[in-house]
Design a protein around this ligand. Structure first.
Ligand SMILES: Nc1ncnc2c1ncn2[C@@H]1O[C@H](COP(=O)(O)OP(=O)(O)O)[C@@H](O)[C@H]1O
Ligand SMILES: [Mg+2]
Length: 228
């Protein structure tokens, strides 16, 4: 089990309860859509998985790390095993595409003499090898999101967390972005996509977990095991 969440409850400093007792187990290599209305707790749940927010109560293990007790050094190590993709991609606009993708690799100590080759390879995966020396603002929104995918996958993370990755994209580009995320799963990553784009779900028969007001109200994995 790569993620094991039991009765997880969390609050924001404001006191607002964002997750109110969530149970969720995810195995290595799974592909999971996390759905639910705006404010349901999807982004909060993802933030818990990469240690940006601590549990108030309940237990959470990610890669076997107990998130209730993990020191900062362990949280940093955990983050290096996650590729995180946001709706607004968060690329650095004053850096080239190459620099954007090289940054997380350098954090990992990736050898500088192989950097151009590695960055070129992940850009080739998303069909943007020609953009390596471009600045992000010369690219379209869809291309920028593909660079963000290349950046997230470059360190070969075990876990890909995508928060509304297609939120700003047209239908065709959104489906293309999903296609890349599916391929990452096929290469062995566990992929979790938080989305309110229900059309995405029709493109790929994956596990669907639905949150409502901070609790899981539906998990297709349960239905499957209970034969409904
Ligand atoms: N930084 C924050 N401070 C206080 N409350 C927050 C913060 N971020 C989210 N919330 C609240 O937590 C709940 C869950 O939000 P969120 O996880 O962002 O939902 P979703 O991603 O499904 O739209 C909402 O009620 C939201 O208002
Ligand atoms: Mg959100």
């Amino acid at each position: 089990m790569i993620i094991d969440m039991q009765q997880l409850l969390t609050r924001y400093p404001s006191g607002r309860v964002a997750l109110g007792g969530v149970n969720l187990s995810v195995s290595q290599g799974e592909f999971l859509f996390l759905i639910g209305e705006s404010g349901a707790g999807k982004s909060t749940l993802l933030a818990m998985l990469y240690g940006a927010l601590a549990p108030a109560s309940g237990s959470l293990q990610v890669f076997g790390i107990d998130m209730n007790a993990a020191p900062a050094r362990k949280i940093s190590a955990l983050r290096r095993r996650c590729g995180i993709i946001f709706q607004d991609h968060r690329l650095l606009f004053r850096r080239t595409v190459f620099e954007n993708i090289a940054l997380p690799l350098r954090v990992q100590g990736y050898p500088e003499d192989r950097m151009v080759a590695r960055v070129g390879k992940v850009l080739e995966f998303v069909g943007l090898e020609d953009a390596i020396w471009s600045y992000p603002d010369t690219l379209s929104g869809g291309e920028q999101q593909r660079v963000a995918i290349a950046r997230a996958m470059a360190p070969q993370p075990q876990l890909i967390l995508a928060d509304e990755p297609t939120g700003n994209l047209d239908r065709e580009t959104a489906d293309q972005v999903l296609h890349y995320l599916i391929q990452l799963q096929q290469h062995g990553s566990t992929v979790i996509i938080a989305t309110h784009d229900l059309q995405l779900l029709e493109q790929y028969p994956a596990r669907v977990v639905e949150l409502h007001a901070g609790v899981v109200v539906n998990d297709s994995a349960d239905e499957a095991s209970h034969g409904h």
